[in-house]
Design a protein around this ligand. Sequence first.
Ligand code: CTP
Length: 400
Amino acid sequence: MSLTGKRVLLIVSGGIAAFKALELIRLLRKAGCGVTCVLTKGGAQFVTPLSLQALSEHKVYTDLFSLTDESEMGHIQLSRSADLVVVAPASADILAKMAAGLADDLASTVLLATDKPVLVAPAMNVRMWGHAATKANMAMLSSRGIHVVGPDEGAMACNEFGPGRLSEPPAILAAIEALLCAPKPLAGKHALVTSGPTHEPIDPVRYIANRSSGKQGHAIAAALAALGARVTLVSGPASVPDPAGVKIVRIETAAEMLAACQAALPADIAVFAAAVADWRVASAAHQKMKKTPGGAPPALELTPNPDILATIAAAGPARPGLVVGFAAETHDLIAHAQDKRRRKNADWIVANDVSPATGIMGGSENEILLITAEGEEPWPRLAKDEVATRLAARIAEALA
Ligand code: CTP
């Protein structure tokens, strides 16, 4: 693993641990990694721009509205020239700004504008780390694909003990190496992923939908991107945030999802994780349907939606090399899933039991059975992002 030639944009925010940023810069420079620093107002209370500049051998940026900085290197440009943005230490304040999407200083503006992976190393008082607001902010950031290292547990500057200490610089360096030097077995491959429910209109204000959150599909898109794939995520109205580093095409109906998938071809990999509505209303009303006093409820005439997986898997020469479908079942899991694999011409089926008792539909865990031409492979119950990581690794293995 080598960081030689890589570039890190290091954001140093406020906190007593800001002095450790100096050691981190020294370690990064020793590893051959270029470092450019952004220092927040709070950070400047603990370390000086001069010491960051001396160690990084690079100009330090502090001001959002500096005319010289803007003309030399605008805030958009700052992260474009980096491979990774690292926030160390990341104070409770900057994490909250990131979660809320605020952009009121240079650091938060860079973080909102960047399209690069972001690693945060939180450091704060133990109670601030344990506060529900910080917990919610961290959950939001993780779901957006922000990487986290630490915090460590130990004695704190404020004479308290617990989690909240900034990770030691060698541990932050190791996390940076893991992100920047990780193998990218899917580099050069294009992956198409569908996710979320579809909404089929009844009239302009009502629709038919299902309970899918998009968690699993979004996590698969992120996991494929982490292995270097270029990912197009065609998503219905999901209730989870957009994953970082993927192209998102938002749709509402199954017909729109099919058109978006066809437009995204060619693809090397296609994973159909969306819970597509099987039927739509044959002719949705153009105006809101009104009740008439004493009138009978309307009867909805349904018509089948196109099967997106089956259509793409039958796309002749444009068929993706590896087609993976899902089978959400409430009974006879294996028989139904095997039947779906054959019927829809999928290479693999990720089968799962979505009976209400399992809590899988809309929940954060999944227990799947991977069905391939070779047979069935039961996986243990895992968090949905672990299922995604494991599936992406299996896909990389299959395409190797
Ligand atoms: N699928 C699709 N387009 C549809 C319906 C389903 O692409 N119109 C895909 C799903 O994304 C999933 C697989 O087909 O990968 C199986 O979805 P599932 O809902 O389990 O199966 P259905 O075909 O809807 O069959 P059934 O409702 O009879 O179980």
